[in-house]
Design a protein around this ligand. Structure first.
Ligand SMILES: *Cc1c(COP(=O)(O)O)cnc(C)c1O
Length: 214
């Protein structure tokens, strides 16, 4: 990450590391915690809840991020247990998370998942609908709009990756003008973190490069 930041003259301190611990045992999370890591990402609601509950007493300063697809009947678990939610792409999900967020907790930090590859099969809001959804989220008192997230097309073609990350960055810059709470561009995984950082990522989501293959 440091090297990637230096290569494009950014300060490494602008980019944070989300350790993606999905499918990995709690002992791996504790090992990473002991090495200084505090942000962890989980994809599956039930698995995430189990880990959060198990670690809550001894590791209260872990920040938990939900980064998987979410059905509307599972929103309550995310609203009650997680600190961040990266994959909001519908009004209905945003509304439910807002309504189910416990009032003794700070607002849930939210990123809008954008379908940057524009394939119909991919999850995320279309680029053209992101501003409307941002407007909806910004009105919900128990959610805090923090930014955008995307999973690019799975490809080895650097030009396509470059293009998709650049288009997300440009949407991010636009929305930030209207919503000053936006400070997070969640893009980049183990295989493409260099290109993501070169295109303005502020949070990379790294699983296999930390914990090994799944
Ligand atoms: C699994 C996953 C990651 C991490 O992927 P790696 O290639 O293992 O780094 C990042 N983001 C999302 C949304 C994921 O599902």
């Amino acid at each position: 990450m440091s090297q990637a930041a230096q290569n494009c003259s950014r300060s490494p301190s602008e980019i944070s590391l989300l350790a993606v611990s999905k499918t990995k045992p709690i002992s791996d999370i504790i090992a990473a915690y002991q090495a200084g890591q505090r942000r962890f990402g989980e994809n599956y609601v039930q698995e995430g809840e189990t880990k959060i509950t198990a670690l809550a007493d001894d590791y209260p300063d872990i920040e938990w991020h939900f980064i998987g697809p979410l059905q509307s009947n599972k929103t309550k678990i995310v609203a009650e247990h997680f600190d961040w939610m990266h994959t909001v792409s519908r009004d209905k999900i945003a509304q439910r998370l807002n309504d189910q967020r416990p009032t003794n907790k700070p607002p849930l930090n939210v990123c809008i998942q954008v379908n940057i590859s524009q394939e119909d099969s991919k999850s995320g809001v279309n680029v053209n609908d992101a501003a409307t959804l941002a407007g909806v989220i910004s009105q919900l008192p128990n959610l805090k709009l923090r930014g955008l997230m995307a999973i690019p097309t799975a490809t080895d073609d650097i030009r396509i990756q470059q293009q998709e990350f650049a288009s997300l960055k440009s949407l991010y810059d636009q929305l930030q003008q209207q919503h000053p709470s936006i400070d997070t561009l969640s893009m980049g995984m183990s295989g493409d973190l260099d290109i993501a950082i070169a295109n303005g990522s502020t949070m990379v989501r790294i699983g296999s490069a930390i914990f090994g293959e799944r």
